[in-house]
Write a protein of this length. Structure first.
Length: 567
């Protein structure tokens, strides 16, 4: 069983200049060591040590890479940190390049199983990049099939890693500490507030001496921790991981949700979570835009008056980053608060915003036994308008995913990501299923089925959540099915319903390949229906990077540049 931990940030009191300089020097030494190990791990032949970080530590010691003037445990932590950084880099490259989706579409059966097993070992990934075909004892596969899989993986992994930048340690603002590198104690302060003060002492660059830091509160600190000291701050922060305790198993009904920008989420029953999120997001986006434009004008003035007193005064009093950084932190904190409250209501039930049984009792029946949501892993790149791109850049998708992971683990509510293509353009009625971009107009959904009277109306985000719930057991539309293939499947299904009801044997197509009634003049000029099962001639389907599209981004696109092609 995997044990999940959450990190709590503990602040120190304001530190004097001497202690800040000592910590800065220690972090600089740590970053220099970590960068040296990152460069050492760059060749794929060294990835054999990524599966076991202690083996890399032993290798570095044998090669004499440990400096004698630095605390040996600090060097150990720098080596372990470098291994973890490379692991995160490899996983991110595999995710961004959609290697698993490509394997799913290319192979079947034992070859697919063999390909996925290779991605679980960093040693095997490095071997594939070197042109080898690793064998698996528990997987019975012929040599020809194994070579075919490895050639495919070699080509795509090589292209993915060649287009990425190797990780380096450019900033020196944090360091990792194990239990041998720090100690904790508490001192009583009679007649003072607080009555107790907690201290932590950590190793320093000077042998036999430690740096003592007073903490702002009293907490339980154990295990591996991380000390963070950002440039320009007068406090240090101790990041301590705590194990998350799970509740009893959830027994509530299955729930499906559609993520958005106007609200954080909408479920299949039409309940909105995190209302007001869109207004805050839009205010932050517009404020950032205006400030950026004003700063740009000031930068142009400093260039025109370079070296003059006027240019120096403008740069000194108007182009600093302290206030800008504070505003950015405050904005992200506001969005984090709204997101956290919405996620807690989704996981623990309506009205439940506490992690423990506090203000509202959190019974197992209030927590869904399964949460179905759209896959967000491929959402990146620019949107169709600058305004939408700014909104999506402030959307904090990683924060949303992180909070969902933590709270679903604690609430014992498993999650399932499904393919979200065309979910907000497809009629949710089982006997209809008409898919067309004209069905959605902003936040409103109205089925425009021209073949029989459906006329289903409702909230577009609720429609998307209902369609997501219907795809949980769909054998044809998997997580890795392309949006063009999803469109073909949906049109085929509607074609069969059309034949059974009206006897019409074929669909006409408008400019976007959407079905229209025979003998009816569509709102757009006609052209032959494109082959949605293959490569589409439209620019959107040829783009190597998926643009960011959720239910709410579609609403904004429909208001600014017309209705988009797919959800």
């Amino acid at each position: 069983m995997v044990i999940m931990r959450r990190t709590v940030r503990l602040a120190t009191l304001v530190l004097n200049k001497n202690k800040r300089d000592q910590i800065t020097g220690l972090e600089h030494s740590y970053a220099k060591l970590k960068d040296r190990f990152l460069i050492l791990l760059a060749p794929s032949t060294m990835w054999v040590y990524l599966d076991n970080k202690r083996s890399f530590r032993d290798y570095a010691k044998q090669e004499g890479l440990y400096p004698k003037d630095v605390h040996v445990h600090l060097v150990d932590q720098a080596a372990f940190d470098a291994v973890d950084t490379w692991i995160r880099h490899i996983e991110s490259v595999i995710t961004i390049s959609e290697i698993k989706a490509k394997i799913w579409r290319r192979f079947q059966g034992i070859q697919r199983h063999y390909a996925y097993s290779l991605l679980t070992s960093y040693k095997d990934i490095g071997s594939i990049l070197q042109g080898h075909a690793p064998a698996r004892e528990k997987i019975q596969i012929s040599g020809v099939m194994r070579e075919e899989v490895c050639r495919f993986l070699h080509q795509h992994l090589r292209d993915a890693f060649s287009s990425s930048t190797n990780p380096r340690s450019h900033l020196s603002r944090s360091l990792s500490l194990d239990e041998t590198m720090y100690s904790i104690w508490t001192v009583k302060q009679p007649g003072r507030k607080p009555s107790k003060r907690q201290y932590i002492s950590i190793v320093s660059n000077q042998k036999g001496k430690r740096i003592v830091l007073p903490l702002a509160g009293i907490s339980r600190i154990s295990g591996n921790i991380r000390l963070v000291m950002d440039e320009g701050t007068e406090r240090g922060f101790i990041h301590v991981p705590y194990e998350i305790k799970q509740m009893d198993k959830a027994s509530g009904p299955r729930q499906s949700i559609d993520w958005g920008i106007t609200e954080v989420a909408t479920n299949k029953n039409g309940n909105h979570y995190g209302e007001g999120y869109g207004k805050v997001l839009e205010h932050i986006s517009e404020s950032r835009k205006l400030k950026g434009q004003r700063r740009g004008k000031l930068w142009s003035l400093t260039k025109k008056n370079a070296g003059s007193r006027k240019g120096k005064l403008i740069a000194k009093h108007n182009l600093g980053t302290k206030k800008q950084t504070k505003c950015k932190i405050a904005d992200r904190s506001t969005l984090r608060t709204i997101t956290g409250a919405a996620v807690k209501e989704v996981v623990y039930g309506d009205g439940n915003r506490t992690r423990a049984c506090g203000a509202v009792a959190q019974h197992s029946g209030q927590r869904p036994n399964l949460i179905v949501h759209e896959d967000l892993s491929h959402l990146r790149g620019k949107a169709k308008s600058k305004k939408l791109s700014r909104l999506c850049s402030s959307w904090m998708r990683s924060e949303l995913e992180g909070r969902m992971t933590v709270h679903t683990y604690r609430g014992c509510s498993p999650t399932k990501a499904v393919n979200a293509a065309y979910t907000s353009q497809t009629c949710p009625k089982p006997d209809c299923g008409y898919v067309d971009s004209s069905n959605r107009n902003g936040d409103e959904f109205h089925c425009r089925n021209p073949y029989w009277d459906c006329n289903w109306q409702g909230d577009a985000d609720q429609v998307a959540a209902m369609n997501l719930d219907g795809r949980i057991g769909d054998p044809d539309i998997t997580l890795f099915t392309t949006h063009t293939e999803v469109k073909r499947i949906l049109l085929d299904r509607f074609q069969r319903r059309l034949e059974s009801r009206t006897g019409v044997t074929s669909l006409s197509c408008d400019v976007e390949g959407n079905a229209t009634a025979h003998g009816r003049t569509p709102s757009k000029p006609q052209r032959p229906c494109p082959d949605v099962g293959g490569i589409n001639e439209d620019a959107d389907s040829q783009s190597p990077v998926h643009t960011v599209r959720t239910g709410e981004t579609q609403r904004l696109e429909s208001e600014e540049k017309g209705v988009p092609r797919y959800a």
